[in-house]
Design a protein around this ligand. Structure first.
Ligand code: NDP
Length: 283
């Protein structure tokens, strides 16, 4: 019988803890965590994500605001805006919503964020810290995946973890996190030969591909733990993951659904990172 990993419930619990910690921070130190979200352009999906992030911040008692810049804003102006935010003592976290318009270089913008305010964990310094096993900010989605495994008491030690996807924001950081938990990690991608042969060996399978229902039951080892990071909107409007959930449930031991799996954990980890940022600022 396949157990459903309830990301929404775990995320709710984390948000409640953060709310309490935020009240204590205000009472004991007079500090309110502050997160600024920078949104460049008018990508509809980005607008929705940003709205959810700010709402979640306000609900736990943070200060949070969106700075909206038009799609034709110059790269220079975006960098200047970030430089100013880096110097603001009441802003503890800065998040630049991706993707950016094509004329703005993502690497340049990410590198401009102070590593101590980089609550998305995308800055090369924070990526490097993660790889060397001394993480400061870990990218929210991979961090959320790890928290789910921990929350469900899953021992990663010596397990074969297979990550399908090698993006900087999901695949690579989750592989690093699993490795630090002593899993034996295989990272697969679009050039992997005999993908199903590899995924079938996975005790822990992470799907971060961006293709609806790509992982089928034949690709899953009986009893495996499956984390589905994918968020794919079908033409019907329905949102599905990268795993064929109904088929996978018949063979997996545990699985995250989409929605209510990894997705809610991403925002919970953004809140966790922003609260952490308050301490880093006074390091
Ligand atoms: P990317 O497009 O950046 O990366 C996708 C990865 O999948 C690439 O490494 C690519 O390989 C690999 N891939 C593509 N096709 C295949 C294939 N046929 N076989 C094996 N590997 C393949 O996506 P992201 O990492 O940004 O996101 C992945 C998914 O997670 C998306 O659905 C996204 O919406 C979702 N997501 C969800 C979040 C959440 O909060 N739950 C947050 C962030 C993302 P290659 O490198 O060779 O091209």
């Amino acid at each position: 019988m396949c157990q459903i990993i309830d990301g929404a419930a775990v995320a709710k619990k984390i948000r409640e803890e953060i709310k309490k910690d935020t009240q204590l921070l205000l009472k004991n130190k007079g500090i309110i965590p502050g997160l600024i979200v920078l949104l460049v352009g008018d990508n509809p999906a980005s607008q929705i994500y940003v709205k959810h992030k700010v709402k979640a911040c306000l609900e736990v008692g943070f200060n949070s605001q969106v700075i909206k810049l038009s799609a034709d804003t110059s790269e220079e102006h975006v960098l200047q805006t970030i430089n100013k935010l880096n110097l603001e003592p009441e802003i503890h976290g800065i998040l630049v919503q991706l993707p950016l318009p094509e004329h703005i270089r993502e690497e340049k913008v990410i590198a401009a964020i102070s590593p101590k305010k980089d609550v998305d964990g995308f800055h090369p310094i924070n990526m490097g810290k993660l790889l060397t096993g001394k993480p400061r900010f870990v990218a929210c989605t991979p961090f959320g995946c790890l928290k789910l495994l921990e929350e469900y008491g899953i021992d990663m030690n010596g397990k074969h973890a297979v990550v399908v996807g090698r993006s900087n924001i999901v695949g690579k950081p989750i592989a690093a996190l699993l490795l630090h938990k002593n899993a034996t990690v295989t990272v697969c991608h679009s050039r992997t030969v005999n993908l199903a042969g590899i995924t079938r060996q996975a005790d822990i399978l992470v799907a971060a591909i961006g293709k609806p229902k790509f992982i089928t039951d034949e690709m899953i080892k009986p009893g495996a733990i499956v984390l589905d990071v994918g968020i794919n909107r079908l033409a019907t409007g329905k949102v599905v993951g990268d795993v064929d959930f109904a088929a996978a449930c018949k063979i997996a031991g545990m699985i995250t659904p989409v929605p209510r799996g990894v997705g809610p954990m991403t925002i919970a980890m953004l809140l966790t990172n922003t609260l952490k940022a308050v301490n880093y600022l006074y390091e």
